[in-house]
Write a protein that binds this ligand. Sequence first.
Ligand code: TYD
Length: 415
Amino acid sequence: MVKCRICNADTELFLSLGDMPLANNFLNKKILEKINKGDEKEERYPLELFFCNNCGMVQIGELLPPQKLFINYIYLASNSETIKSHIALLVNRIMHNYLTSKDTMVVEIGSNTGHLLKLFKDNGIKVLGIEPAKNIAAIANRNGIETKSVFFNEKTAELAKKKHGMADVIIGRHVFAHIKDLDSSIKGARSLIGKNGVFIIEIPYLVDFLERNEFDTVYHEHLSYFSVKTLKFLFNKYDMEIVDVERALDIHGGSIVVYIKNKTSNAKISSRVSELIKLEKEKKLDDFKTYVDFADRVFKFKEKILNVLKDLKKQGNRICGYGAPAKSTTLLNYCGIGADLLDFVVDNTPTKQGLHLPGSHLLVCSDEHVLKKQPDYFLLLAWNFANEIIKKESEYIKRGGKFIVPIPDIHIVPS
Ligand code: TYD
């Protein structure tokens, strides 16, 4: 029985995605050869989602050691235009609302190569990055963004406080749902922001996850799936409260930016917090049936996408994948899509090119191959960037190419 990581109540299983390789465990040629020869085995772990009837937390069951998942991370912060403009606006809002005094400091958790912190630094704000992946922290430090290669927790927060003083802002974009030790991280954040600072987290929103069938965003690194109501319950345990929340519909399939303060700050609470909790009630997020229905839609998705791909293949079409995000591992492996249906995938991240996807072993090629090979169809695995990618690949479309967009519902562009 899986116990809830927030309230320790019994949870209920509602979705089984099978034994899944680690989403960012891309394979080089040498390792792939060993696997093919049977000299090495690709690690696979069960991937299952559970719902807590008590506090509403949605969570995966299998928690792997973070060292296994994040120490040598292949994920480089996206250079996508969608994300860049979102970050620029977010930084402006934070400066305007929370960094108005002199001598302020921002700490970022999961700071990657330091792109966001640089925007603060350029405005004269002190910055500190916390990035456990050593290879990526090294890039940030080389770029002049001071970055500690440690996991964020109570202990490392104290060390940061001793060395750099209190933080006015701690921000974590798409890392909070990846944190195993929530207790220690929240205590660390609470102490580092003190009475007046703010803890800001950007996470995928459970409402969008359910409504848009985003089952492929489930992978072993993504431990928690939050509603505002559950977050409120969680932070209340630490005498903290949500003072504001914003929806970011076009970020990773629908995200929320949540602003949390110590209760002693006596900050005014935005009406947006209760509005979203009301929305969650309307969407029946506290009803287990909502999750069972979701699992049923996921099962139907698998049948439908396989039929679409097999039909296109039968008609003689060449199909490839577009994007090698972590979620492609879940989508491809859960649905059983491999080399029989897709030739290869393209991705513009240099660290992924030349490697093979976990499980399906499809080769990741550079995005120059879009026009070089001009396949008839691309299965858009990075569907969260659908608008940006479809616009960018106008020449591919002009030459007759098409995209199969799988999420939120399977459709072909241009139709
Ligand atoms: P992303 O959705 O950011 O991450 P996750 O791994 O958390 O699911 O990954 C998007 C992938 O798509 C990333 O590997 C980069 C790739 N990509 C392109 O190849 N071309 C593009 O134009 C864009 C926007 C992304």
